[in-house]
Design a protein around this ligand. Structure first.
Ligand code: AMP
Length: 206
């Protein structure tokens, strides 16, 4: 089936690096629409078939199977399109948490025109684990309950997700130091994204 391909930015990086925080802040700025795959999963009714099935994987720190992931993610996207909360003619789609392996990246080629990959980098795994543990308490997240599950999420990231970077042309990958405060990281992310947005929507500004 042929889809419209949405102009997208991918926020990429290890668990706990700050993709969700940066995505949410960007999503509050007119001209960006943020969609986190994990948020789509967490919004499912847990008594539904999809809710039950995905929760099993999420609570173990495993990836949800690709076809199920893409189907649920696409349904989430279509919901925002249907409500005109995401307006592709004026918003850049900011994705985080997807694609998480090479197969997802290939499937998404049908759905997305990836303009830029923002690779948030933090080498301090312990700092990220602590951040995730604080978030687990704040947001009551089932996947972040134990350190064992969190460490497993890092293994999955290294084995399955990191290789996804090679799928994208080096010229569209920007590396951003994610170690600073959210505001500092945001400045670096905006340095990358503002020129892209200006170029795209040049004709639309009043
Ligand atoms: P996140 O909120 O991005 O950290 O995602 C939380 C959990 O949801 C992950 O540990 C996975 O179990 C699942 N998940 C999120 N996005 C994906 C994806 N693209 N593919 C498979 N599983 C995912």
């Amino acid at each position: 089936m042929a889809h419209k391909r949405y102009r997208s930015i991918l926020l990429f990086g290890a668990p706990g690096v700050g993709k969700g925080t940066q995505g949410r802040v960007l999503g509050a700025i007119p001209g960006f629409f943020h969609l986190a795959c994990g948020d789509v999963f967490r919004s499912l009714d847990i008594s539904s078939q999809e809710g039950r099935e995905t929760r099993e994987y999420i609570s173990r720190g495993e990836l949800v199977p690709d076809d199920l992931t893409i189907r649920i993610w696409r349904k989430g996207l279509d919901g925002y399109l249907g409500m005109s909360q995401y307006k592709p003619w004026e918003d850049l789609l900011v994705l985080d948490g997807i694609p998480r392996n090479l197969r997802q990246a290939q499937i998404l080629e049908d759905h997305l025109e990836v303009l830029q990959v923002v690779y948030l980098i933090c080498k301090d795994e312990d700092a990220m684990v602590h951040r995730i543990q604080r978030r687990a308490i704040r947001e009551n997240r089932a996947d972040d309950g134990s350190e064992g599950v969190i460490r497993h999420r890092f293994d999955v990231y290294r084995e399955e997700t990191e290789p996804v970077l090679a799928h994208y042309d080096e010229s569209i990958v920007s590396r951003v130091d994610a170690f600073g405060s959210p505001a500092e990281v945001l400045r670096s992310v905006l340095d990358v994204l503002i020129p892209i947005q200006n170029e795209l929507f040049r004709d639309r500004r009043p």
